[in-house]
Design a protein around this ligand. Sequence first.
Ligand code: URA
Length: 237
Amino acid sequence: MAKLRLDKFLRDQGIASRSEIKDLVRKGMVTVNDTVVKDPAAYVTSESDIVKVNGERICYKEFVYYMLNKPKGLITATEDKAARTVLDLFPEKIRRRDVFPVGRLDKDTEGLLIVTDNGAFAHDLLSPKKHVTKLYEAVLDIYPGEQAIKAFEEGVDIGGYIALPARLSFISESDPVIARVEIYEGKFHQVKRMFKAVGATVLELKRLRMGEVWLDESLKPGEYRELTDEEVAMLMR
Ligand code: URA
């Protein structure tokens, strides 16, 4: 069990800014085990002490994990001077935790994006050594033929780099051509470049799954929800 200062406890949970937290505590709006504590430097035990702000319990979470259905048109970054980023979809309370997207989807790609404040988790998820597969669905301009399946299996040249073997299948061969591809890596424009290598252009791209975790289809583009404990465990495996 971790012992930490009350102001740090509240800051870690994204309750308010540093100075607002000091004010809240000094004004007597924070209780620990139902006793008003006015000292921001008082120590609390994160798991066992019951901390409330204005009567509302604040449960301590070391890390947070979200599944976002990324919409087209937003860039995958934490901030940008000109463009809207995926973090603009999250409220201040969550952004204050310094959350960030795990990996990158292109501006015109949609689908599953994990957002967390756990750096080690993100690092592991992206490491090719961990073999966390990513499944994409692509709408193509033309059907590249059966031979594309073999080419993907063997590893296509995406411009001076041979992609790791990938599994390709077709949901539909015409009107529109829809393919699914499962890859282990996340090179820049990887899926688009892989299809280019077999003569097809990606018109639309959506990430459906990472590891064993599927995009929750009840999330509309731009919506997010917390990952369940089971989903986090599946991604950590
Ligand atoms: N591959 C791409 O080409 N674009 C993405 O956004 C993700 C994978």
